[in-house]
Design a protein around this ligand. Structure first.
Ligand code: F6R
Length: 594
């Protein structure tokens, strides 16, 4: 949540900060602001999008500055609550991601000492606290102040007359982009791709000093070296490339994402890499944790692993796992997190590791916090995902799960070879779904007329139904529920009728007959039904009102083609309703608070 940026060098900071913030808006977009320092600190901020702020802004001269785009946690979106926040004389400015848990106590203490607060945010205690200890050494005063802070933070601090930026993190990411006589700071990489591909990541409790010529980092008062990484993502990866929205571009990138992700594990003809073969893991009981869309990938992983390996799998929402009493007895724990920064996922990894479990992380972001605290990382190769709604990262996660599972499968070699061959053909199958775009868009325009929609599926496609509902509600604001098809009659039937359409995700597997029965039950209650079906499925076609056909694939791969169809449905329903598709209200891309 929230994005932060900083610049120090020999160029004017203002246009650079604005450009970086524009690239970062997917992290939060209810308000934004920048502070530029020369002889004084000048702040300009408001509860508007970056483009609007840019137009309204006077010229702020200076080659050192910080900026922020906000996703409100404490205090409504407003000008006064927007970052940067300053101490009262305006000598120190701070931007912050995260949550200061003890801000009330700190605020009371500082108020008694004469500090005057103007905002409703937790962040505002930081500049005041730093000012309290400031005696000309900014780094020391930040370190002293942070000793009193409980919670999570990534902060950038500047002070009048100090040609440096002080940065610090705990449980919230910061990346430093290295330039030539200039340096950049951001909460994540896409913000600075225009300027550099050389980066280093701060670790928890690091405090750094960034000048135009270098970066010094300390942890627990000792000097530490943070490794330089080369980013392979390009600026074009993080741009719309002619598409109306990032979401549509990212949906269309999925054939390539599948190819890149699988190709990253083994080139065609190479043997499937088996973790067990490396002596690292025996696939015993498995625990998979994740949030949101990644959780739906986890659920598909459960069906997949249980079906192919007969190994029991427990899946849990990372946010709930963190509060369940049971310690984990599973011998393989997998955490799936696209961003690698989701607070609940990170907390789960730390808990598991604290309990002595080895954790495999599936993530899309090289160098993300999750990748650095895991025992083993399996990277997906989706490239930067800018749209808040996850699409290509989800498909890439499925690829990672297939790749992880297939070598352990208890099926004969011939079938395994066939599955691997078909896995490699998925880019073409997904392209066939994309070729149906105009038909799916027509269906979506029909769905967009309703206020309530149900998605149903069974077996490995039940999570696709859940994902369909999540996607539709987040981008189109249509109320949608995803259900295991057999569960509708245990309550939701009461809501069916001509105003409550149902999208049925049908696969030609052992769930098929039961799905037909469920569709008939729904039709008998007058709900219009759209079915996502494999080519040539005349039986379902006769039962329903509208169909979306997807290519026939092995049932275990059906979630891939079906998911692409539901993504397009959600996208076009949202477009029909005129929604801000890439930046849905109240949401942000990576959820770095609990
Ligand atoms: C929905 C969506 C979210 C994320 C969730 C987890 O489209 O994007 O539900 O899937 O916030 O994020 P990661 O995978 O980064 O942990």
């Amino acid at each position: 949540m929230c994005g932060l940026v900083g610049y120090i060098g020999d160029k004017q900071a203002q246009p650079i900060l604005i450009n970086c913030l524009t690239r970062l808006e997917y992290r939060g977009y209810d308000s934004c602001g920048i502070a530029v320092s020369s002889n004084e600190i000048r702040v300009f901020k408001d509860a508007v999008r970056v483009k609007v702020l840019e137009k309204a802004m006077p010229r702020l001269s200076g080659t050192l500055g910080i900026g922020h785009t906000r996703w409100a946690t404490h205090g409504e979106p407003s000008q006064v609550n927007a970052h940067p926040h300053c101490d009262c004389p305006g000598r120190i400015a701070v931007v912050h991601n995260g949550v200061i848990n003890n801000f009330q106590t700190l605020r009371q203490k500082l108020t008694k000492k004469g500090h005057r607060f103007v905002s409703g945010t937790d962040t505002e205690v930081l500049p005041h606290l730093i000012e309290e200890y400031y005696d000309g050494n900014l780094e020391a005063s930040v370190a002293r102040a942070l000793k009193e802070v409980e919670g999570s933070y990534a902060i950038l601090v500047l002070a009048v007359g100090e040609p440096k930026l002080v940065i610090a993190r705990r449980d919230s990411p910061i990346v430093v982009g290295l330039g030539d006589r200039e340096n950049y700071i951001a909460s994540d990489v896409p913000a600075i791709l225009d300027y550099t591909s050389r980066v280093l990541y701060l670790e928890d409790d690091d405090i750094g000093v960034v000048t135009a010529s270098g970066v010094r980092v300390k942890n627990n008062s000792s000097e530490v070296r943070r490794k330089e990484h080369k980013i392979s993502w390009t600026v074009e990866d993080a741009q719309k490339g002619g598409y109306e929205h990032f979401m549509l571009k990212e949906i269309h990138e999925q054939p390539k994402v599948i190819r890149d992700t699988i190709g990253g594990y083994a080139a065609e003809g190479e043997p499937v890499v088996e973790l067990a073969a490396t002596g690292e893991y025996e696939l015993g009981d498995v625990l998979i944790l994740a949030c949101g869309t990644s959780y739906h990938a986890a659920l598909i992983g459960k069906y997949l692993i249980e079906e192919l390996t007969r190994t029991p799998v427990r899946t849990e929402l990372a946010s709930e796992f963190n509060y369940c009493g049971r310690t984990s007895a599973e011998n393989v724990s997998i955490v799936i997190t696209q961003s690698g920064e989701t607070a609940d996922a990170l907390k789960a990894i730390k808990r598991l590791r604290g309990e002595g479990c080895r954790v495999i992380v599936i993530t899309n972001v090289v160098g993300s916090t999750a990748s650095r605290i895991a025992d083993r990382v399996i990277y997906t190769r989706a490239g930067p995902e800018i749209s808040v709604a996850a699409t290509k990262s989800f498909i890439a996660q499925l690829m990672a799960l297939y790749w992880l599972t297939l070598p352990y499968s208890k099926i004969d070699t011939r079938r395994l070879d066939n599955l691997i061959t078909e896995l490699r053909q998925l880019p073409g199958k997904v392209q066939q779904v994309l070729d149906q775009e105009s038909v799916i868009a027509d269906c979506a325009r029909q769905l967009a007329k309703f206020d309530d929609v149900f998605f149903i599926g069974r077996g490995i496609n039940c999570p696709v139904a859940l994902e369909g509902a999540l996607k539709l509600k987040e981008v189109s604001y249509i109320h949608a529920e995803g259900y295991a098809a057999g569960e509708l009659k245990h309550g939701p039937f009461a809501l069916l009728g001509k105003d409550a359409p149902v999208v049925a995700v049908v696969a030609r597997d052992h769930t098929y007959e039961a799905m037909l029965t469920n569709i008939k039950e729904v039709k008998a209650r007058h709900s219009p039904v759209t079915a996502i079906i494999g080519e040539g499925d005349g039986e379902v076609e006769e039962l329903v009102d509208t169909i979306v056909t997807v290519p026939r694939v092995e049932p275990i791969f059906s979630p891939v083609v079906n998911a692409v169809a539901i993504q397009l449905l959600a996208y076009y329903a949202a477009r029909e309703r005129g929604c801000p598709i890439d930046f849905p209200r109240n949401l942000a891309k990576s959820v770095t608070v609990e």
